[in-house]
Write a new protein. Structure first.
Length: 134
């Protein structure tokens, strides 16, 4: 459960990490042979993809808070591009998941949409999915 009305950065960071960990664990439980959790992009880069679907070649990235979703979105796209540069088996899709209230106002705008269209012309389908606080 996401913390509400709490301005303590440490509490919010711990809470976001716990939510992301629970999500990754739930995905892993679905099919541990299909889903790789925290797949290493490259040893020298110290970057990981949250969830990798090995059957559909899809990367899933989950940014719990929509704050700074734009920066995380672009970084996650770069992770997939670098992944594809370093491997024969390419990823063809990225699903970026973030909180709707903050994420939509920054990602559902002309520049990210233009970038998503550009990436599609280069064989990478990118979509943004939004989650709401329950």
């Amino acid at each position: 459960q996401r913390l509400r009305d709490n301005n303590n950065v440490s509490d919010n960071t711990r809470n976001a990490q716990a939510i992301a960990k629970a999500w990754r664990s739930a995905v892993h439980t679905i099919d541990p042979d299909r889903y790789q959790i925290e797949a290493l992009v490259a040893p020298d880069l110290d970057q990981k993809i949250d969830v990798l679907d090995t059957e559909t070649n899809t990367a899933y990235e989950f940014k719990v808070s929509g704050k700074n979703a734009t920066g995380e979105f672009y970084k996650d796209v770069v992770k997939v591009i670098v992944w594809n540069q370093k491997r024969k088996k390419k990823l063809n899709r990225l699903v970026f998941i973030t909180e709707e209230e903050w994420g939509r106002k920054y990602l559902d705008t002309p520049m990210p949409r233009a970038y998503i269209d550009y990436l599609a012309t280069h064989g990478l389908e990118v979509s943004v999915a939004y989650v709401r606080h329950g």
